[in-house]
Design a binder for this molecule. Structure first.
Ligand code: PLP
Length: 445
């Protein structure tokens, strides 16, 4: 039998196909050729008894490969998880989007118009942040993990000083990134204290010594240890750290500026309270509860923040002009108490009855069933507290339906409850209802 591989269309032959000629115009020859080689490579690994693909089929497979690597696409988040890390976390406010558009051009991100010289990058936003956190100073980096790396590098890297941290807080923050690895990669030695469920003030007191660079407290953002648990209050830990002359760093994770009146967020620490409670530095993300772009914030003691800002790593971890602009616009809404301008907060604070009314309307249109659901804030906030919500349970084969929704235009990411496909409206901005409706209509058999 002739070798199947020898019968496959050649690249020259395939490239001459009209579909691929169009694709070359659209994507460029280099991308099309790479995708074609991959499509042919996939064919070569198939069994020798498999049918030999036609040139048409190879051309279609090539376009499919290119589309898999297409740019980011807008999707409807019907998972019921408001701050969904895999779906890009916070949805930016319209003010933040406008600020992004302005910053896309030439802007004075590091330029002082008064003197005509260089100025400190992000100075306005750092000042605004410090004010809002009631901190002496603030500094912005690339993301929450970068804030932790920089703070720990400043406090512990020199001479491999110890970071004292409870065993109950050495967590994995998602995407298989583990806190202990982040801390050691920043040059700190770990000094673990206590046990998984109980760590007492004395455990910290015993561990603090000549080699301590910092005491670290980490907010248990994506888990809860339940049952027989104990950890000292932040105030007590702050008092101990102060008495022993070591800085206390509090990784808040989700980034509430002040206590929230949303009952589900009552247990979330906030920047203002944490600094008042004795933290020398607080760290948090910009794209979780703050509702802004991906950044990491370091706020607190002026001298420590200044050391972070001047550390060589600060340059490697600095945010770009787009994020600084979006962050400033987001903070401006917080400063004016206009939380409802921030889509993340609008989603969290929508009354369940409003979600139910929307669910009823959508269900009537597509023939689904209205169901009550338990939604989540997500983004490492209140992992065990649910937000009451409503959704539409769709009839049909759940796997096929979920796949059709994910491949729709626009794609819809549903949730699965008891093996049924449910569109949870807690995470869908109201102005996306029509888009959702169209997408569901096309996906349903
Ligand atoms: C989310 C989180 C981080 C990481 O922040 P990123 O912005 O994702 O880098 C670190 N610590 C805690 C406690 C978190 O919740």
């Amino acid at each position: 039998m002739e070798d199947r591989r020898a019968l496959l269309p050649s690249t020259t032959e395939a490239l001459a196909h009209p579909t691929l000629e169009t694709a070359v115009d659209q994507y460029g020859r280099q991308r099309v050729l790479a995708a074609l080689r991959q499509a042919l490579g996939d064919e070569r690994t198939r069994p020798s008894t498999a049918a030999v693909p036609t040139v048409d089929e190879v051309a279609d497979a090539t376009v499919a490969v290119i589309e898999l690597t297409a740019p980011l696409e807008a999707v409807v988040n019907a998972t019921g998880v408001v701050v969904h890390t895999n779906l890009g976390r916070a949805v930016l406010s319209s003010a933040a989007i406008e600020a992004l558009a302005v910053a896309a051009g030439t802007v004075d991100v590091e330029y002082d118009r008064a003197s005509g010289g260089r100025s400190r990058r992000g100075r306005h936003v750092a000042t605004l942040l410090a004010t809002m956190c009631e901190a002496e100073r603030a500094h912005v980096v690339n993301n929450g993990a970068a804030a932790l790396v920089l703070a720990v590098a400043v406090l512990c890297a020199e001479g491999g000083r110890e970071v004292v941290v409870s065993r109950g807080e050495l967590v994995e923050i998602g995407g298989s990134f583990r806190l202990p690895d982040i801390l050691t990669s920043a040059g700190a030695r770990l000094r673990e204290v206590g046990t998984t469920n109980r760590t007492r003030l004395d455990d910290y007191a015993d561990a603090i010594g000549d080699r301590t660079g910092a005491v670290l407290r980490v907010h248990p953002s994506n888990y809860r240890i339940e049952g027989f648990t104990e950890r000292p209050s932040l105030d007590d830990l702050g008092a101990l750290a102060r008495a022993r002359g070591v800085p206390l760093v509090h990784d808040l994770g989700s980034g509430l500026l002040r206590p929230s009146d949303v009952p589900q967020l009552a247990g979330e620490p906030d920047a203002v309270g944490s600094i008042a409670g004795g933290a020398d530095l607080v760290l948090f993300s910009g794209d979780k509860l703050l509702g802004g772009p991906q950044v990491g914030v370091i706020a607190g003691d002026a001298e420590l923040v200044e050391r972070c800002r001047r550390h060589p790593l600060a340059r490697a971890l600095r945010p770009d002009k787009l994020r600084l602009a979006a962050l400033e616009a987001t903070l401006a809404d917080h400063a004016r108490q206009r939380r409802s301008s921030l889509p993340t907060w609008r989603l969290i604070e929508t009354a369940p009855v409003a979600l139910r009314a929307r669910a009823e309307h959508l269900a009537a249109e597509v023939g689904g069933r209205v169901v009550a659901t338990d939604a989540l804030v997500g983004g490492g906030a209140a992992p065990t507290e649910v937000l009451a919500s409503w959704g539409i349970e769709l009839p049909g084969d759940p796997e096929a339906l979920a796949r059709a929704l994910r491949h729709g235009s626009p794609p819809v990411v549903p949730r699965t409850v008891d093996g049924r496909v449910v569109l949870d409206l807690r995470s869908v901005p109201q102005d996306e209802d029509d888009t959702l409706l169209d997408a569901v209509r096309t996906a349903m058999p």
